[in-house]
Write a protein that binds this ligand. Structure first.
Ligand SMILES: Cc1cc2nc3c(=O)[nH]c(=O)nc-3n(C[C@H](O)[C@H](O)[C@H](O)COP(=O)(O)OP(=O)(O)OC[C@H]3O[C@@H](n4cnc5c(N)ncnc54)[C@H](O)[C@@H]3O)c2cc1C
Length: 572
């Protein structure tokens, strides 16, 4: 008989008197410390720091309780109480990233009851949303009125605008609309002491909600990407733009669908939804990396189009309806390595589309680009069809078929930086070994590139897809990839690893950024949250938290820093 002692994993509970007071705020129906419920909030979907502790049976990630407030006032009352008793809080919408408790005894605030679109202002083109309003819901409502929010992340349509404010907000139409952060008018937040902050002109009571830079400095800029550590968003107002794509959505009633999935797959019955009305998507291939980069610059600068991105390996998972197909296409190198797609919109008229198509064709001639068409690689063009469904506006259609996406390397730079990113990624693959065949995207092929703001900069992305069910060590490798890529990028002076999101342990171990951004963010944290109750240590460590980072993490980071001739960092 195995005599090893089994240690029971138990969440730290709240003191009964605190629990009772919290219960009084929302009512017994909207709070729970039931084990089955709190388990559901103890693992994020994609970042190793959200997944690995769960695999290691670390009880820290089990919230003490989960609460579903219905109003800003209830959120405020919860925060005030938690602040008084110094109980940590983590906000949660769908739980994709940076959501698990960082400290035992955390209250998880799930915003699922705050799901109303509060206003769509047609004249001034804005929408005010509660935190649980998804991209899907916003777009469906706004499009009925001939407007939309200007973009859609590759993340599922159920992800929320408010949680993206707390994270990245990269869209596939960033070429024209330029990321979520450029489309926010106002945010209402409950601060860690329970005060309410309204940013922009709406912060002056009675004044209309139309302008973002007020009061004084850019407070939205200070709080965006803070991963729920500076304020809990209870309302967000975003800009809307003209939409000419119609209001019908090709919903998931076709094939493959959940009801007939296996039959659909067997018979290869996969729908080919068209792009929205007055929108066209063009696919181009280039003979080499340099031609692709040149074309990206030229298209971006020409002023045409609303979206311009290169896809690389992303076409594999985005356009394969089974994981088997993804893997096979990766083996066969089904998709050409150097490509891009361009989205044109006839916002003013059909003629706009015709004119922009002419410009695009001219640029293709100048850069040796070839259009996929009925004549040239029709089978590849057909396979790429799922992009037209989802890259402009969100639908609940076919999603990606790939392994466990848990490591994403997203440096920011000028378009030509993509080549430097590829060099780093190839070296990482060579040294660390791939976690799955699709990790190769970006080495020998273009990374996923999102061109932003008419080409002023771009995000380029490479990822790891370990099969975590088969290889539990895959996650350790992913963390090492992140550390390797981050360190190499700092050395190469590449900006903004991790989509400009500051998250630990990267904030404190790379003082080259800023320099010493970690010290600045620490001060910001102290000013907003002196008691450290909002997801402590998620965005930036205090000195005490930094000193407690496990030696194996410190050692791993410093090993890579040393390899790239960067001085070792001491926790302080
Ligand atoms: C397949 C896939 C593709 C993705 N592609 C993209 C992409 O193209 N572009 C992009 O930008 N992102 C992308 N992401 C990331 C993802 O879109 C974001 O993490 C998104 O915000 C997750 O939504 P969520 O509702 O699950 O938020 P959660 O994961 O629940 O929360 C995200 C963060 O926001 C905080 N938070 C939640 N609600 C609030 C609130 N009300 N106030 C303050 N903080 C809050 C949480 O604590 C957490 O730190 C992708 C994710 C997946 C899984």
């Amino acid at each position: 008989m195995n005599s090893a002692k089994v240690v029971k994993v138990e969440p730290k509970k709240l003191l009964p008197e605190i629990y009772k007071q919290l219960e009084a705020i929302v009512g017994p129906e909207w709070i729970s410390e039931d084990r089955a419920i709190v388990e559901g909030y103890s693992r994020g979907l994609m970042v190793p720091t959200d997944i690995s502790p769960k695999h290691a049976k670390d009880p820290t990630v089990l919230p003490a309780c989960v609460m579903l407030p219905g109003t800003t006032e209830e959120v405020q009352a919860i925060v005030r109480l938690c602040n008084r008793y110094e109980v940590p809080i983590t906000p949660y919408t769908n739980g994709q990233m940076f959501v698990t408790p960082t400290t035992s005894g955390t209250v998880c605030i799930h915003f699922s009851r705050m799901d109303r679109i509060m206003e769509i202002n047609e004249k001034n083109m804005t929408a005010t949303l509660q935190p649980y309003v998804s991209y899907n819901a916003l777009q469906a409502e706004a499009m009925k009125k001939g407007m939309w929010n200007g973009g859609t992340p590759l993340a599922t349509g159920i992800c929320k605008v408010a949680s993206q404010f707390a994270g990245a907000g990269i869209w596939q139409t960033d070429l024209k609309y330029g990321t979520l952060s450029r489309n926010i008018v106002s945010v209402k937040m409950v601060l860690p002491d329970g005060d309410i902050l309204v940013t922009g002109s709406a912060g002056q009571p009675g004044t209309e909600n139309f302008w973002e830079y007020s009061p004084g400095p850019d407070i939205i800029g200070l709080t965006r990407s803070s991963l729920g550590t500076l304020g809990l968003v209870t309302e967000i107002t975003v800009k809307l733009h003209t939409w000419v794509g119609g209001s019908s959505f090709p919903e998931d009633v076709g094939h493959p669908s959940i009801n007939t999935y296996y039959e659909d797959v067997e018979k290869k019955r996969f729908d080919r939804p068209p792009a929205p009305e007055r929108h066209r998507i063009y696919w181009l291939e280039f003979p080499d990396y340099d031609s692709e980069i040149e074309a990206l610059y030229k298209i971006a600068h020409s002023g045409i189009g609303i979206g311009l991105n290169a896809t690389g390996a992303y076409s594999l998972y985005y356009c394969s309806q089974t994981t088997e197909m993804t893997n096979q296409r990766a083996e066969e190198e089904f998709f050409f390595p150097w490509n891009c797609y361009v989205m044109l919109a006839g916002i003013s008229s059909e003629k706009q589309l015709e004119y922009e198509e002419k410009v695009l064709k001219q640029i293709a001639r100048e850069t040796k680009g070839k259009f996929l068409s009925e004549e040239y690689k029709p089978e590849v063009l057909d396979a790429l069809a799922p992009w037209s469904q989802d890259c402009i506006r969100h639908v609940t259609g076919m999603r990606m078929c790939r392994g466990g996406w848990s490591g994403f390397v997203i440096p920011i730079g000028r378009i030509s930086m993509a080549k430097k990113h590829s060099v780093i990624w190839c070296k990482a693959l060579e040294e660390l070994g791939e976690t799955h065949i699709t990790d190769r995207g970006g080495c020998g092929s273009t990374p996923m590139i999102y061109v932003v703001n008419r080409g002023h900069f771009m995000y380029s992305e490479t990822d790891n897809y370990p099969q975590t069910h088969a290889d539990p060590n895959g996650l350790d490798k992913v963390l090492e990839y992140l550390i390797y890529s981050h360190t190499a990028s700092i050395k190469e002076r590449i900006a903004g690893m991790g989509a400009a999101i500051a998250a630990e342990p990267f904030t404190s171990f790379y003082p080259e950024i800023g320099p010493n951004t970690n010290m600045f963010l620490r001060k910001v944290r102290e000013a907003f949250d002196p008691k450290g109750i909002y997801a402590p240590g998620r965005r930036v460590y205090t000195k005490e938290e930094f000193e407690k980072v496990p030696m194996e993490v410190v050692g791993l980071i410093n090993k890579h820093r040393e390899k790239f001739s960067l001085p070792a960092v001491k926790a302080e």
